[in-house]
Design a protein around this ligand. Structure first.
Ligand SMILES: Cc1ncc(COP(=O)(O)O)c(C=O)c1O
Length: 367
């Protein structure tokens, strides 16, 4: 048989498959554990709204039929809630898909995409797939360096991704910083703010990127139902952008990219502000609890605006991750996120957080 690699698109040959964090099933099998706490993927530990469950049950009867491929109900609801026109909204099979669609729609081979050096990995993957070139600008104090990004722009730069709050560092850039950044930006560069965790932010200085879109800046704001809304398994993401950008993305979007159940569950979950407020409050409580308890153990915790935090384990993060997994607590090692010596943990429910602290207290950090 012909060597398959010789048939593949050359741009993808150096790509690695996405490596997911450790799953429930793997830990169950490897350590014969039943009671597992998963704090590795920044999902909502309280799950989705009861209203989403009801919608899932109700619409499961209709799965033999395609959904409304324009997702009009959901777009109208998002439009009303966010004071932007339905023509400014695009839906994706998770915001992951929207990242890919943006690059498929806008990137020509050889064009450049700027990201931070330590940030969400999908930007690089999608850029490489599209024959683009990634330019990494180092974080400063774990935060996007907007001046450094401006300096890295060349006539060949097409797109910039700013993950805000940044995964995995939990830091933000502010409205004022973004305003000044956008005012210095060449007009032919698109800036994508990945705001997957924006609902958790408590800083009053967080950018209102929708306002920049209303004002006509070439800005995209990506959001998701996977985090606060607890629907990661259903894969629904959405983006706000100028109509002209949405129209171009629509050219590469496959029909029915969001499934019926995800679409209806997302719509229902928007009505449950009690659940979202509760989840945010619990996240804030968990953040304070973990910081206090982990510092008592002598660990350093980085400040965060998201539903996860970085812990400096001052040593071998892979070993610490393994020791935690043995004790039934799944976390993400920094080594897998480009930040050695740290672990990233999702802020869980009170009982999850207590279990994490208890497990960490049992680990001898002298690796
Ligand atoms: C920063 C960031 N963007 C996007 C995503 C992807 O989310 P979705 O489930 O909507 O594809 C994640 C998931 O972890 C993320 O951390």
């Amino acid at each position: 048989m012909v060597l398959m690699e010789s048939l593949a698109r050359r741009s993808i040959l150096n790509l690695n498959k996405y490596v997911q964090g450790t799953t429930f099933e793997q830990v169950k099998k490897q350590y014969n554990l039943d009671n597992i706490t998963k704090l590795s993927s920044n999902e909502n530990p309280h799950g989705p709204s009861e209203r989403a469950f009801k919608a899932i049950e109700e619409h499961s009867k209709n799965v033999s039929v395609y959904p409304d491929g324009s997702y009009q109900d959901l777009k109208e609801r998002l439009s009303k809630l966010n004071n932007l026109d339905v023509n400014n909204i695009v839906l994706g099979n998770g915001s992951d898909e929207l990242i890919k669609l943006l690059l498929a729609a806008f990137l020509n081979p050889g064009e450049k995409v700027i990201t931070a050096d330590i940030t969400f990995s999908v930007y690089k993957h999608a850029c490489t797939m599209m024959d683009g070139e990634i330019v990494k600008v180092p974080l400063k104090n774990f935060t996007h360096d907007l001046n450094g990004i401006l300096d890295a722009i060349t006539p060949n730069t097409k797109m910039i991704f700013i993950c805000n709050p940044n995964n995995p560092t939990g830091t933000i850039v502010t409205h004022e910083q973004v305003q000044s950044f956008l005012d210095k930006l060449p007009s032919e560069v698109i800036v994508v703010f990945d705001e997957a965790y924006c609902e958790y932010v408590s800083s009053p200085n967080f950018p209102n990127t929708l306002e920049f879109i209303r004002q006509g800046y070439p800005v995209v704001s990506l959001r998701t139902f996977s985090k606060l809304y607890g629907l990661a398994g259903l894969r629904v993401g959405y983006g706000f952008a100028p109509k002209e950008v949405v129209d171009i993305i629509e050219k590469v979007r496959v029909p029915f990219n969001v499934n019926l159940i995800g679409y209806k569950a997302a719509l229902a979950s928007l009505d449950d502000t009690f659940h979202t407020k509760f989840s945010i409050k619990e996240n804030n409580n968990g953040k304070v609890y973990l910081k206090n308890e982990l510092e008592k153990l002598g660990l350093e915790v980085e400040p965060t605006e998201a539903n996860f935090l970085l812990i400096n384990v001052k040593g071998d993060d892979l070993k610490v991750t393994e020791e935690l997994i043995k004790r039934g607590v799944i976390v993400r090692s920094g080594s897998h996120l480009g930040i050695k010596g740290y672990i990233r943990v999702t802020i869980g429910r009170r009982e999850d957080n207590e279990r994490l602290v208890e497990a960490l207290s049992k680990i001898n950090f002298q690796f």
